[in-house]
Design a protein around this ligand. Structure first.
Ligand SMILES: CC(C)(COP(=O)(O)OP(=O)(O)OC[C@H]1O[C@@H](n2cnc3c(N)ncnc32)[C@H](O)[C@@H]1OP(=O)(O)O)[C@@H](O)C(=O)NCCC(=O)NCCS
Length: 156
């Protein structure tokens, strides 16, 4: 069985932790995926809860995810490239699930990237499906990429 690197997950409550989340997003969405900074950071950040995953060994920040509080939409979910496929994404999204459940939320949803990887797009729908997310509605274009709304019912 795969061993997930030792890590901890916390809500970014200090300016320093929020900056750590933003740095991960910059590396993944702007430097790697080519999004415009004006699209990547937006007003939703001010009304969101940001989660930060750090490695236990050296406190290196390697993952982040954002929850828009008013509508339980998750997004800006990113693990640094060199740490993907190690099983770190699952506990990070589950921490967000636990947080919403703790506030009495019944579901979370996201606008998953659903681009064709053979044409240079990113497709995260497979990740969400594995966790039990289901499609809601049709695919659509947003910020130059194909997206799919996906929803997850939180178990009580
Ligand atoms: C999406 C993302 C956060 C997942 O993080 P991760 O650390 O690689 O995920 P994990 O290692 O926890 O993966 C858990 C399982 O999901 C699978 N998985 C991961 N990404 C997947 C994808 N895009 N499609 C299908 N399965 C995927 C893994 O293979 C793994 O399966 P396994 O348990 O059988 O080995 C990461 O791939 C990422 O940062 N991508 C770039 C940014 C991005 O596109 N974010 C999503 C925006 S909607």
């Amino acid at each position: 069985m795969r061993e997930i690197p030792a890590h901890s997950i916390r809500i970014a409550e200090t300016p320093e932790d929020v900056a750590r989340c933003m740095q991960i997003r910059k590396e993944v969405f702007i430097d790697e995926q080519g999004y415009d900074i004006k699209v990547e950071t937006n007003d939703d950040d001010h009304r969101s809860t940001h989660f930060l995953l750090v490695l236990s060994d050296n406190e290196e920040p390697v993952g982040t995810i954002r929850l828009i509080n008013e509508n339980n939409q998750l997004g800006r979910f990113a693990i640094l490239k060199q740490y993907r496929g190690m099983g770190l994404g699952i506990p990070l999204i589950q921490a967000l699930h636990d947080y919403v459940r703790g506030k009495g939320g019944k579901e979370v949803w996201c606008q998953s990237q659903a681009g064709d990887p053979t044409k240079g797009g990113a497709d995260a729908t497979g990740f969400y499906k594995r966790l039990g997310y289901v499609d809601r509605g049709e695919r659509y274009m947003k910020e130059g990429t194909v997206h799919q709304d996906m929803v997850y019912t939180l178990q009580t």
